[in-house]
Design a protein around this ligand. Structure first.
Ligand SMILES: *Cc1c(COP(=O)(O)O)cnc(C)c1O
Length: 431
């Protein structure tokens, strides 16, 4: 195949290619990236951008990492893929054992899948099949939080925020779930029981038809970039137990250190019945996700009518993805990641603080390796993206949230450059 020129790439892109949440009738030109190393994305025109996004939470070790590269190359020469039905291999065994060891105590069983959304589908199916198996087929609804985000497939969409998830567009086909208010308590707020009054009330009224509560722990990501109190999480765990409703925790964004703990659940010292992980699991190299559950859930499902859990993706347990996940987790755990994240948090806090005084900013908040500037009005993404690129940084805001979650390996000076660029752009952005 002949190599495409930059203008050919761009023209094919505009004519044929859908990007996440994009229009094909008024497409916004996409930036052509030719390579990425460390925390830098290199554009076709030679410019280099400091990455503030970790490619949506995933590239925690930066790009083109020698250890991850070797893990993949070695695995390619051994076996790239083999079906998972009736077959097991070392990379999957290694990964699942590690996941059981590092996730909260009690999560013993692992279902591997291809993407975060699918791991959420699997979690919802586990919860529903569990109650069905226990002779409670009426427990099928899910209680979710406003401003939550759990993915783009149908089951996952049904538990996303109804407004930002555009439920009305799909209302005839989406499962009708229950929603409680987004947690009103901020991360450091003193606890007040009124914060859980709404979810408590819903659990009391609807426990007979509820299979599970689903939530993102500590940090509501794509739906709002809000950090909330660990006590909320702890109390929801207790309420679920009281009302015989399962708890599904979606750690697809928060997993693998992002909030300062290896998993967000650790802030509240809880074990969910079902846990979803993805994004950073392979260090951003391959798409891979997992749904973990306790033995209570797997026993319930497997002792029921079907006798098996009803799900099985073609690329389940892909050896390439498992190998690079093993290498990525090993790399993370072999470094002093907690100190690293804490340094990033301190630097984000002081570096972004000046934005609090900007006229067009309502809030600045940071936790772990996540920094958020909330603007008064939604930003014009196409326009602001251009300004970020002109500053030599890659930041992709949504709505009123201009946020960064850089690779953990980012240097102090690169993070300074990234934040200075953010402040410049936000301060001068007219929307
Ligand atoms: C990204 C994300 C998902 C969806 O994962 P995909 O890999 O994009 O399907 C689900 N839940 C949360 C919390 C996420 O951040």
């Amino acid at each position: 195949m002949e190599q495409l020129t930059t203008s050919q790439v761009s023209s094919i892109d505009q004519q044929h290619i859908w990007h996440p949440y994009s229009s094909l009738t008024s497409p916004i030109p996409a930036y052509h990236v030719v390579s990425a190393t460390g925390v830098r994305l290199k554009l076709a025109d030679g410019r280099e951008l400091i990455d503030g996004m970790s490619s949506w939470w995933s590239a925690i070790h930066g790009y083109n990492h020698p250890r991850l590269n070797i893990a993949l190359k070695d695995q390619i020469d051994t076996m790239s893929h083999v079906m998972f039905g009736g077959i097991i291999h070392e990379p999957a065994a290694q990964l699942c054992k590690t996941l059981v060891d590092i996730t909260p105590d009690g999560l013993e069983k692992v279902f591997l899948s291809d993407s975060g959304s699918v791991s959420v589908e699997v979690a919802l199916k586990m919860a529903i099949q569990y109650w069905y198996s226990l002779g409670q087929p009426q427990k099928t609804r899910i209680l979710s939080l406003r401003k939550g985000y759990h993915g783009d497939t149908f089951g996952a969409m049904s538990v996303c925020d109804p407004v930002t998830g555009m439920h009305h567009l799909f209302s005839s086909t989406l499962a009708q779930q229950l929603f409680t208010e987004s947690p009103r308590c901020r991360f450091h707020d003193d606890w007040d029981e009124s914060y859980i009054a709404d979810i408590k009330n819903l659990l009391e009224k609807h426990s007979h038809e509820l299979a599970a509560v689903i939530l993102e722990p500590i940090l509501q990501g794509t739906g709002g970039m809000h950090f909330y109190s660990p006590t909320y999480l702890k109390r929801v765990r207790e309420l679920c137990d009281e009302h015989d409703v399962l708890l599904i925790v979606d750690e697809i964004a928060t997993g693998f250190g992002r909030t300062g703990k290896l998993f967000g659940c650790e802030w509240a010292d809880i074990t969910p019945d079902i846990l979803c992980i993805g994004k950073a699991m392979t260090g951003g190299y391959m798409t891979l996700a997992a749904t973990l559950c306790t033995s209570k859930i797997s026993d319930g499902i497997c002792n029921g009518e079907a006798g098996v859990f009803m799900h099985g993706p073609t690329f389940m347990g892909n050896p390439l993805a498992c190998s690079v996940a093993n290498a990525s987790i090993d790399l993370l755990l072999s470094t002093n990641w907690q100190a690293r994240i804490s340094d990033i948090e301190q630097q984000l806090k002081s570096g972004l603080a000046p934005a609090k005084d900007f006229d067009n900013v309502t809030d600045v908040r940071c936790l772990g390796a996540v920094g958020v500037i909330e603007t008064k009005k939604p930003v014009d993404v196409a326009q602001i993206q251009k300004q970020f690129v002109a500053e030599g940084i890659w930041v992709r805001p949504f709505g009123t949230r201009v946020y960064v979650m850089p690779p953990y390996i980012i240097s102090k000076s690169d993070l300074d450059t990234l934040m200075r660029g953010m402040l410049n752009v936000v301060q001068n952005h007219k929307n």
